[in-house]
Design a protein around this ligand. Structure first.
Ligand code: SF4
Length: 439
């Protein structure tokens, strides 16, 4: 499965003296003898040519909102079509997506094969105007990401790149030309952590962040706060200081809770650690700092920089417009907000009457679920009724998108009623965090 459908890769040369292929996609610069695979396991030397083995290979495309990707200042509430590939140029011991990033643990029955046109068609059929390259890491999917993003742009669809950004500057320049939104995971300001825990290096990541910032493309930074690794006040201060000094005070900084995963089993990030990190970042001059993977009130709102009025209220992945006018100005004082693009938070008012309803209770620390349609379902109309508020959302999913994320939307919400059409079958998978994709 991994080596079938291979495609000649970009960014490599053959060194005749060493008799090896050298890959120039990520700063690891693997030197590969004939028959050898790179560290990422999805690129390899076959008869002195470098091939990509994951072109078009993706886990199930999922309908999400842009907040899932730690992007809060670009079209709040916008629907996105998320796709993740297989493999990774790093190997973090705490990886939150290790079932797909680490190829040796991959269950190949979860992998689908898409063409660029099929991905764009999925988005068009489902009225989704942002495609997100996400989950494991899109760096090792360069050829497919670039080709599909160009096609998406030609069809009026934007693209979002969620990555740890361990990539060389030339392929990054190619991405900057075609990607609209970058959400970059900066793991730490400690090069030792990168080397020991993530098997990478810090400096290329910092260089890449500066390269994106200089381009003027939309950029947000997130940091997974991992218990015992990067959760001290000094860690937060170093990150904030670097951002303020190098890319300015206006780039949003998200501190995101980690959960034990893969080879790292320290307890989940405490809320107080996240709150402390945010306070320290704000004290260093960061103007917008948010918390992620945490279901609390008032930790992820965007407020007016002038009068303090709440512009966008967020709870978990749920978003409400509380004070943005049609031009993204504050409805209270008229000041321009930091938000780019039209907000998409209006509720869909087309409510169908469901044939039957399933109950799901938010319990045992689970605040989100993936709802998986049966591919054979011809009708794909869902209602999600919140308990106890009774507020109801309506979803229509068309061909090719079989997975939807739903999360708890209020502090006092105890569960949801999932309304289904006749003969419609679904499966429900609990999701621990937004970084976690159960397969
Ligand atoms: S992309 Fe893969 S093969 Fe290329 S240098 Fe990085 S780890 Fe090695």
């Amino acid at each position: 499965m991994i080596r079938d459908k291979k495609k000649i890769a970009d960014y490599w040369h053959f060194d005749t003296n060493k008799n090896k292929v050298i890959c120039h996609l990520c700063p690891r610069n693997c030197q590969l003898k004939n028959g050898q695979d790179g560290f990422c396991r999805v690129r390899g030397n076959i008869e002195n040519t470098l091939y990509s083995f994951n072109y078009g290979k993706s886990i199930e495309a999922t309908l999400e909102t842009i907040e899932t990707e730690a992007v809060y200042h670009y079209r709040p509430g916008a629907k996105i079509l998320s796709l993740g590939n297989i493999g990774c140029m790093m190997a973090c011991s705490f990886c939150q997506n290790w079932q797909t990033s680490q190829v040796k643990h991959l269950n190949t029955s979860n992998v689908k094969l898409y063409t660029p046109q099929e991905v764009v068609d999925k988005a068009l059929k489902n009225n989704i105007d942002i495609i997100s390259w996400t989950y494991n890491d899109p760096v090792v999917w360069q050829e497919f990401v670039v080709e599909t993003s160009i096609l998406a742009k030609a069809n009026g669809i934007k693209t979002l790149y969620k990555s740890a950004l361990y990539i060389e500057s030339e392929p990054l320049a190619e991405l900057i030309d075609v990607i609209d939104i970058f959400s970059i995971s900066l793991k730490s300001m400690d090069d030792n952590l990168y080397r020991k825990v993530s098997k990478g290096r810090l400096q290329p990541v910092l260089d890449g962040i500066k390269q994106i910032a200089k381009s003027g493309k939309h950029l947000e930074i997130s940091q997974l706060v991992v218990t015992g690794l990067n959760d001290t006040p000094e860690d937060a201060i170093k990150t904030a200081k670097w951002i303020v000094k190098n890319i300015g005070t206006k780039i949003p900084l998200h501190f995101v809770a980690y959960h034990p995963s893969f080879e790292y089993h320290e307890p989940r990030t405490g809320t107080e650690k996240l709150l402390e990190a945010r306070d320290l970042a704000l004290a260093e001059g960061i103007e917008y700092s948010y918390l992620g993977n945490i279901y609390h009130n008032d930790v992820s709102n965007t407020v007016c920089p002038s009068c303090g009025h709440i512009l966008v209220q967020r709870f978990g992945l749920t978003v409400h417009n509380r004070g943005l006018d049609d031009n993204n100005h504050c409805t209270n004082c008229g000041q321009a907000s930091p938000i780019t693009g039209a907000a998409a938070m209006k509720k869909n008012t087309k409510i169908s009457k469901p044939h039957r309803q399933l109950n799901y209770n938010w319990e045992n620390g689970i605040n989100s679920i993936h709802i998986l349609m049966n591919e054979q379902n011809t009708s794909r109309h869902l209602t999600i009724q919140r308990i106890p508020s009774g507020e109801t959302d309506y979803y229509e999913m068309n061909e090719g998108v079989d997975r939807l994320i739903i999360s708890r939307s209020l502090d006092d919400e105890t569960g949801i009623l999932i309304g289904l059409d006749k003969n419609m079958n679904i499966r429900v998978l609990p999701v621990l965090d937004r970084a976690h994709f159960p397969v």
